[in-house]
Design a binder for this molecule. Structure first.
Ligand code: SAM
Length: 287
């Protein structure tokens, strides 16, 4: 096992780097964890890997050993200099100094896949925790035809993302994730695996993008709007929150639709399956 702690400290010294908290910089120093991330990503020579926030390049080094090509997107300019220096001998690496939320991933992926004859696209990252959810949502909603997303994120967020709709620990995002992907918990990571150590425990999760959606819905946007509204007032009954937010014009209309799809009129959002929400949206679309 390599001594990543020593290596990290020496790179930070050499380039006079202090971690920028505002950018969520917590550098991985645990080789076991890194090997676990790489192994569970199941990277092959014909894969294009997108790494978000490579930082000092600790995980990047491992990804380069496995992938056909790696694209790193890093917002902090200081890291770009380090990455260019560190990996100057790798022509399979592309380094972009950009905010991941502003990159045209669709265009980039298509170009790279075609140019280098690559089959699958896998995202692997130790994500900056301040924008975990926007990044994951962007990756899913843009329909980028990704194979998988393997990410380290805050434990509490991970638990919510991989919860099962209708069971414990869910939020609106649980349903969105379930719609797009099958989820898997890879491992829990203590804060001592990073420098500086974050205040929270982390988890690595893997999202395997579905080839076919698990339910049929006529109007996706409406379904997700209903889910968001239902969970924004989760202590209320579903009927009350959807009447309050004007999805239904009256309690009677709401209760009639719930009856039609065989749901109790006093049910709360967290008891519904994704299919239940799709059925509500489908009933509204038809009326
Ligand atoms: N991959 C490195 C590791 O595991 O040691 C660093 C991970 S650190 C948790 C998150 C990285 O994301 C930092 O390098 C940070 O500068 C970068 N970052 C923060 N916001 C970003 C954004 N909007 N787009 C791209 N990178 C970002």
């Amino acid at each position: 096992m390599e001594n990543i702690l020593q290596e990290t400290i020496s790179i930070m010294k050499k380039y006079n780097i202090k971690a920028n908290k505002a950018l969520g910089q917590n550098f991985l120093i645990n080789a076991n964890v890194i090997e676990n991330i790489v192994e569970s990503s199941n990277i092959k020579r014909e894969d294009l890997v997108i790494e978000i926030g490579p930082g000092l390049g600790t995980l990047t080094k491992y990804l380069l050993e496995k992938a056909g090509r790696v694209i790193c997107v890093e917002l902090d300019k200081r890291m770009i200099e380090i990455l260019k220096d560190r990996f100057k001998n790798f022509d399979k690496l592309e380094i972009l100094n950009q905010d991941i939320l502003e990159v045209n991933l669709n265009e980039l992926i298509n170009k790279e896949k075609e140019k280098y004859n690559l089959q699958n696209v896998k995202v692997v990252a130790n994500l900056p925790y301040y924008i975990t959810t926007p990044i994951i949502m962007m990756l899913l909603e843009q329909e980028l035809n990704l194979d998988s997303i393997t990410v380290m994120i805050q434990k509490e967020v991970a638990d919510r993302l991989i919860a099962i709709p209708g069971k414990k620990n869910t939020g609106a995002i649980t349903y969105t994730i379930y719609y797009y992907a099958e989820t898997e918990e890879i491992l829990e990571v203590p804060n001592s695996s990073f420098i500086p150590a974050p205040e929270v425990t982390s988890k690595v999760i893997k999202l395997k993008l579905r080839k076919e959606k698990p339910i049929q819905v006529k109007n996706e946007e409406l379904m997700f709007k209903i889910i968001k509204l239902a969970f924004s007032q989760r202590r209320k009954t579903l009927v009350n929150s959807l009447v309050n937010s004007k999805i239904f014009s009256s309690k009677e209309e709401a209760e009639k639709i719930l009856k039609e799809i065989k749901l109790d009129k006093n049910i709360r959002a967290e008891k519904l399956s994704l299919q239940d929400f799709a059925s509500i949206a489908n009933c509204i679309s038809k009326s």
